[in-house]
Design a protein around this ligand. Sequence first.
Ligand SMILES: NC(=O)C1=CN([C@@H]2O[C@H](COP(=O)(O)OP(=O)(O)OC[C@H]3O[C@@H](n4cnc5c(N)ncnc54)[C@H](OP(=O)(O)O)[C@@H]3O)[C@@H](O)[C@H]2O)C=CC1
Ligand SMILES: CC(=O)N[C@@H](CCC(=O)OP(=O)(O)O)C(=O)O
Length: 310
Amino acid sequence: MTATIFIDGGAGTTGLEIAGRLEGRSEFEIVTLAEDRRKDANARREALNDADFVILCLPDDAAREAVAMITNPHTRVIDASSAHRVDEDWAYGFAELEPGQHDVIATAARVSNPGCYPTGFLGLVRPLVRTGLVPHDWPVTVHAVSGYSGGGRAMIAAFEQEDAPTAHKAYGLGLAHKHVPEMQRRARLARPPIFQPAVARTYRGMIVEVPLPLSHFPRRPGLDACEAALSDAYRDSAIVRVATANGCESVSIEEDAGTDRLTLRVCGNEDTGQARLIATLDNLGKGAAGAAVQNLNIMAGLEETAGLNL
Ligand SMILES: NC(=O)C1=CN([C@@H]2O[C@H](COP(=O)(O)OP(=O)(O)OC[C@H]3O[C@@H](n4cnc5c(N)ncnc54)[C@H](OP(=O)(O)O)[C@@H]3O)[C@@H](O)[C@H]2O)C=CC1
Ligand SMILES: CC(=O)N[C@@H](CCC(=O)OP(=O)(O)O)C(=O)O
């Protein structure tokens, strides 16, 4: 049977990426609103309640508004925005993050996609906190650089104008980025991480880095122990990969651009006991549209990686 999908915000950056991944999939039929009706509340309400699956690719407020419009108990929702990422009534849509999370997503009516930065951060940190290699009350820091498509249509337009504003810009300087609560809660850390985001003049891709002074931790884990914990956590995943130490020469922001993968590296200096954990992903891939399609596959009982570019 064909399931109907309504992508609210389907004309935006993430919505178009999702539609591209669903093209040619006979299991799904995408419902689209004409350009002059795509922001019409009545048209949206009807589409939201008629669809088997709704994927929200909207700003946070519009995503909350869309959810409030849904009265059909059979409509299942995937929200790509940050509106519901720490809401306990929503399943967290990062299937590889915790044992059993795949099954939670499979039966959920409401699934919140993780943020792009938290995907890299949590992929690196959560297994190390879970296994006790990193103390849960450690004051973790995270530095990350994103391609400019991470800021949606407005940022794309700004970076693509003739006098593009900059090549590399640090932002979130007030340390109150909206991803911080998600990072803290989903990593199960006692303190909010210090998050230092930046955006670069490349369209897509990102690097997320977490430096760790391993020799200061009670268990003094080596780089090998950290890498082994990550390899073990993702041993069954075709999407999350752990690169071996020979991938520690250098890493580019484009490493996983154009794919739906998440690649993790444990680099650093064994002698000083300092680690540099590095995640690469596409902000529009595993950071948004790839994750949404993965969650849709899981919810629909289909092959998890169908339609993904690995
Ligand atoms: N870009 C990325 O890398 C990532 C994005 N996300 C999240 O996904 C969501 C979408 O982001 P993105 O695709 O980048 O943003 P865009 O700005 O590219 O797209 C948003 C779309 O939503 C439409 N829209 C806005 N308000 C309404 C409304 N009330 N009713 C119907 N449509 C509306 C916009 O139309 P118009 O342009 O005409 O206003 C636009 O087409 C955001 O919550 C974002 O945080 C998550 C992870 C990564
Ligand atoms: C470069 C850039 O501006 N990136 C966005 C995050 C993009 C993203 O992950 O969207 P969500 O917030 O829905 O997760 C930002 O920092 O707000």
